[in-house]
Design a protein around this ligand. Sequence first.
Ligand code: GLU
Length: 280
Amino acid sequence: MMLTRFAPSPTGELHLGHAHSALFAYKAAEQVGGRFIVRIEDIDQGRCRPEFTQSILTDLAWLGLVWESPVRCQSEHFNDYRAALALLEGEGLLYPCFCTRKDIAEQTARSGHAPHGPDGVLYPGSCRALPMAERMARVAAGEAYALRLDTAEALRRVGLLRWHDRRAGMVEARPEMFGDVVLARKDTPTSYHLAVTVDDALQGVTLVTRGEDLFAATHVHRLLQAILDLPVPDYAHHRLLTDASGRRYAKRDRSLTLRALREAGRSPDEVRAMAGAGPG
Ligand code: GLU
């Protein structure tokens, strides 16, 4: 049976763009008599706030969405991400990276060329080349480190991968465009890419719906599915809802948060119509 999800990060109030995304997931399940869940992606403890989690759930219920309990909050499941990391570590696919942003900027400047990926400058890979003894000594000395995926090695092992998007069709996975992605941050034992991939599999999501701004991230998720031996869901990356002047909705549009619209007397039907009026 189809299972879709809406997976917001509680870093602010939901706006019309989120409502569009939530309704997109909800309708995709509803149309085929499928199931729908909400997941709170709160791994970034510095930016996420419990009061936003509460207001997200209030807004979604007000909009008329119904989801299955319990709502999974990622911050309560770090052990699941640690287990995935241990598996990859055992496969020799991770390495500790001690670099700061400044180190990376300096290394890139020194090398004279700065290849970019979807998330900015590619990591030049300096920590991948550290001798094992140095790695171990620095970890033992308590130096902070992130865990990066050795993307080239992972790709060498799994070969060519594909995934399916309902708008784009069959897509050949090209995770190398992200370089060695971070799978565990210095401050959190996971990253967006790892947590979302593990959770979609653990929760049995069969259709991942989200904005097309996250289309490229799916290249990485497909590789993680292959090396973690996880099922591959179908994907539907939707266009982003824009305002009358063509701008994406963002946190700055305070008047268009669902709470503000509700408090201004708009009905759920009106807001659903505003949020559904996007290009689909
Ligand atoms: N938590 C992500 C966000 O709020 C969405 C993740 C996803 O749908 O894959 O942007």
